[in-house]
Design a binder for this molecule. Structure first.
Ligand SMILES: [Zn+2]
Length: 129
């Protein structure tokens, strides 16, 4: 098989339980793309923003990012468990980030904001805190 991330040929572990499982990402890329729950807090006018993300700096294609979006399940579960303590929950994608400066006045009116994304974004610069 050819790894969709690095483009190298690879053979996956063969065992009976994985007979019909065809991985599209090689073992080393799977290891490199293991998500870690990362966290930042920064103050805003009337409160603070808790910003969660899974990858620090990911230089991969949009297609692979979409595949990795399934890893957000971990954050969704956290939001289900702890979401009630926030006034606003925001999923930060490229589209929202491009409009963040215009939305700053609205967002900064809240006290406790939870933001989350797949990859780290420079929220503070765009938010105009
Ligand atoms: Zn690979």
């Amino acid at each position: 098989m050819i790894c969709e991330v690095c483009g190298t040929y690879f053979l996956d572990e063969e065992c009976l339980s994985r007979l019909f499982v065809f991985e599209d990402i090689c073992m080393s890329c799977r290891e490199a793309l293991k998500p870690r729950l990362l966290f930042e807090v920064f103050p805003i006018a009337y409160g603070e923003v808790h910003y969660y993300y899974l990858y620090e700096d990911l230089k991969i294609s949009y297609y692979i990012k979409r595949k990795l979006a399934s890893k957000l399940e971990r954050l969704y579960q956290m939001i289900i468990d702890e979401g009630m303590k926030y006034d606003l929950i925001v999923f930060l994608d490229d589209e929202l980030l491009s409009k963040m400066t215009e939305l700053s006045m609205v967002l900064l009116g809240f006290q406790q904001i939870l933001m989350f994304s797949l990859c780290r974004q420079d929220v503070v610069t765009h938010l105009k805190v």
